[in-house]
Design a protein around this ligand. Structure first.
Ligand code: FES
Length: 116
């Protein structure tokens, strides 16, 4: 069962190639806009619990600003040390002007194209 909740408006999305942090029902989520798509990942690095949304986006990865681990925003898997554990990724749905994320299903990211 996947229940989608509103995270923000399409107009609140970060610019392409960047990320922004949001909190939904106490759940920190980073929306990453890259390659014309939007991805949602947990906004907590699996290594030392800092906000991933403050890191650099490069293609389909986001780099943790603290120790430099990169995470694939499609799968949540780290692509280099020191992080060894994936971060949860969440399905994203864009409905009209709303950006919706489902927290009930993880690591099954559904990317959505955004018209810019
Ligand atoms: S806190 Fe993110 S890599 Fe160390």
């Amino acid at each position: 069962m996947s229940e989608f909740v509103s995270v923000c408006k399409v107009s609140d999305l970060p610019a392409d190639g960047t990320a922004a942090g949001f909190e939904v029902n106490g759940e920190p989520v980073a929306l990453v806009r890259t390659e014309g798509e939007v991805f949602a990942v947990s906004d907590v690095c699996s290594h030392a619990e800092v906000a991933l949304s403050e890191g650099e986006v490069d293609g389909y990865t986001i780099e943790c600003w603290l120790h430099g681990s990169c995470f694939d925003v499609r799968t949540g898997e780290p692509t280099n040390l020191p992080a060894t554990e994936p971060v949860p990724v969440y399905p994203v749905k864009i409905q009209g002007d709303d950006v919706l994320v489902s927290f009930s299903a993880t690591n099954t990211n559904v990317e959505k194209a955004v018209e810019s």
